[in-house]
Design a protein around this ligand. Sequence first.
Ligand code: SAM
Length: 275
Amino acid sequence: MAPIKARLVSYMEPAWLISQSIKFFLIALIFDFFKYKLDLEEFRKLWFSRLWAKIGPMMAAVPYQEPYISALLGRARGTVLEFGPGTGDQARHYRPEQITHLYGAEPNENLHTKLQKNCAAAGLEQYTVLTCGAQPTSLLPALVRQGLIKDERIPNDGLFDTIVTVKSLCSAPPEELKATINLVHRLLKPGGELIFFEHVHSHDDLLTSVLVWFTDFFWPYLMGNCRLSGKLDEYLEGDQSWAEKSISNIREYKGFEPIRYVKGYCRASSVRGWA
Ligand SMILES: C[S@@+](CC[C@H](N)C(=O)[O-])C[C@H]1O[C@@H](n2cnc3c(N)ncnc32)[C@H](O)[C@@H]1O
């Protein structure tokens, strides 16, 4: 049984995020009243962008996560696609000298200005923002609009050397996870890598599992569609189509945290087999 104090401290992370979300809900309700024109989706985007503009830099500076994210993003090279870069608080971890062009697939337009500013400050001069999510139904049309593919047909030798996701696939539709990863695989050039630092379902401890199960009923509404019950690790572990995989919990995980972080990479085969 985990020490009660350590358990309570780990439960504080989602509790603090919920309190921040409620605070920014009220702020958005007052200050964005005339902007969202009673469009609920628009309001949710404005609300999340206010929340993330405030907490994003703090979340990106968490001492037990930063070194892992830095090491992973340091692997990115060539033409890179990043899912959900938010306000670009992780951009400083890239090595601009290794990157030819970086595309950020960020569906929330309210975050774009700060995202571009942070990327420029990080020395990422070749940066293009795509207004879309990671799921194929959103990403493929955006790649067509950008002129990277025609008619949603992906070239046999892929488009990107690296695809990055840091705490963003948790916000993509879970029912499209399989299709999203399959598309990632097809978008990668031979030998290209999917690099990830994500949080996934925490199932090693009964009390925590119940808490997560309960929290996930309202969490997506408060946290811009994010879910605590993501299955990215499970899906990647079962996916035998990668040439090489490294998937692990971060070293600090003790088994009872409601937010379990996994990190790693999956490398596509250098011999192309896609039809
Ligand atoms: C928790 S924030 C993380 C931002 C950034 N990756 C970071 O670590 O600072 C989640 C991000 O995913 C974005 N997002 C929302 N829906 C998404 C989707 N369907 N596909 C990809 N990203 C999405 C959000 O707009 C937000 O920027």
